[in-house]
Design a protein around this ligand. Structure first.
Ligand code: SAM
Length: 409
């Protein structure tokens, strides 16, 4: 049985929102990951323990990072049982006083239901524990010490060292829970975007904080808050982005692993904290960030969220109708928005009129600006009466959407 050594390169899979694979690959490479390869809804990369900590503290786009323990051919239940038992030094990783849970995805011969596959992994581990200790770990679905992930499928590139047989990849989930929950969003408006999707949409616009950014239908403010955090170096894995209580990291499952290195972790926490600043990296001030929201209560949530994220002072959030939006004077900037599109919100409202008025407002008042709009309904975007210059497919909570770019002349 092999123990993953802290200095050994770690093979990691970042699970990312569909459509953000390339943007996530760029982000991971910028954080020092190597051998970065976009996959479907995921990015493969290699890093070391310090890099793995850095990814958890600073990456904004992934849902989770999976650290590979073992990869083995899997022709059925018996291969899975034996492969799991050989995957790691379980005496080190999983003594019986530690709780765990198993998540599974994909399929292999005789293992087509994820729940059943996860159960097989659990059985393999508790069988081994009973042999060693005469006792077994308990399963904790809410706050386990170890979150294991099994993926079954065809090897990458169609064939691994063992040919085209299905393979199993057993990994540890470093976050334990989805990383999109940054912790600043106690309050959520109607149909909010997930924080990592909002960060990814902003990354796709290429906005760097030097020109104004406005969301005339800002809801609970997720696009603007993520944008401000990016521009002001507020790390996603720190409470308040590192601004309010410097150096307080959120809690991650990897801190309970037996190879957790507190000194290395503290170095990475300090490095992530040191990125927080009050202006752009080159010393220029952050350009205006403006939000408008029709519902007073939702606007209050946006303000509370911005304050909790440590970027409140940089956001100008106002109550009002997007039809009355006035862009800040000066340089042309970016309009971003995620208007209601009927799937979850606004059914029965005259959404076509809203889109038509939004298009008119943008053309009349924001000439020279760029509009990025998240659409889940092509009929409604037709009412804008503009031709998109880019259409990027993304998925918003399972709804097939397009992140549409319009040049406002
Ligand atoms: C899909 S939500 C936006 C969610 C936001 N991106 C977030 O993450 O919280 C659309 C928002 O537009 C607001 N809205 C609808 N009609 C509006 C209008 N005419 N002017 C301004 N806001 C409006 C709704 O109240 C809602 O909060």
């Amino acid at each position: 049985m092999e123990t993953p050594h802290p200095d050994r390169p770690l093979d990691v899979i970042a699970v990312v929102p569909p459509g953000l694979e390339e943007a996530s690959a760029i982000e991971l490479a910028a954080l020092g990951a190597e051998a970065v390869q976009p996959l479907r809804r995921a990015v493969a990369c290699r890093t070391d323990l310090a890099g793995f900590y850095r990814l958890h503290l600073q990456a904004r786009l992934p849902f989770r990072f999976l650290r590979e323990l073992a990869r083995f051919p899997c022709r059925g239940r018996e291969d899975l049982h034996a492969g799991v038992q050989r995957s790691a030094d379980w005496q080190h990783w999983l003594p019986p006083e530690r709780s765990f849970k198993v998540e599974a995805s994909g399929s292999a011969p005789g293992l087509s239901h994820s729940h059943y596959s996860a159960l097989q992994v659990k059985n393999a581990l508790v069988d081994l524990q009973r042999q060693h200790w005469g006792q077994r770990s308990s399963i904790d679905l809410d706050d386990p010490d170890l979150v294991l992930h099994l993926h079954l499928g065809t090897p990458r590139g169609g064939g691994g060292p063992w040919g085209a047989a299905a393979e199993a990849v057993l990994s540890l989930d470093g976050g334990g829970a989805s990383l999109h929950r940054r912790g600043y969003r106690a309050a959520m408006g109607l149909a909010p975007l997930k924080e990592n999707l909002a960060a990814g949409l902003i990354a796709l616009t290429g906005w760097d904080g030097s020109v104004p950014l406005a969301d005339p239908l800002c809801g609970s403010g997720t696009l603007l808050i993520e944008a401000a955090c990016m521009a002001l170096g507020r790390s996603a894995g720190l409470e308040g982005g590192g601004a309010n209580r410097p150096g307080r990291a959120r809690s991650f499952a990897l801190q309970r692993w037996p190879d957790f290195d507190p000194i290395l972790w503290q170095q990475e926490v300090e490095a992530a904290t040191a990125l927080a600043r009050d202006g752009l990296a080159d010393g220029r001030p952050l350009a205006p960030i403006v939000g408008m929201e029709a519902e007073a209560a939702v606007l209050e949530q946006a303000r509370a969220n911005a304050a909790a994220a440590g970027v409140g002072p940089w956001l100008d959030l106002r109550q009002g109708d997007c039809r009355n939006f006035e862009p800040p004077s000066g340089a042309a900037g970016l309009l971003v928005c995620n208007p209601p599109y009927g799937e979850r919100l606004g059914d029965g409202e005259d959404l076509e009129a809203l889109y038509s008025d939004l298009g008119r407002m943008a053309k009349e008042r924001c000439s020279g600006w760029t509009l990025w709009l998240l659409s889940g309904n092509p009929e409604l975007t037709g009412a804008l009466r503009m031709k998109a210059s880019r259409r990027i497919p993304v998925s918003n909570g399972g709804i097939d959407c397009r992140w549409l770019k319009y040049e406002l002349r």
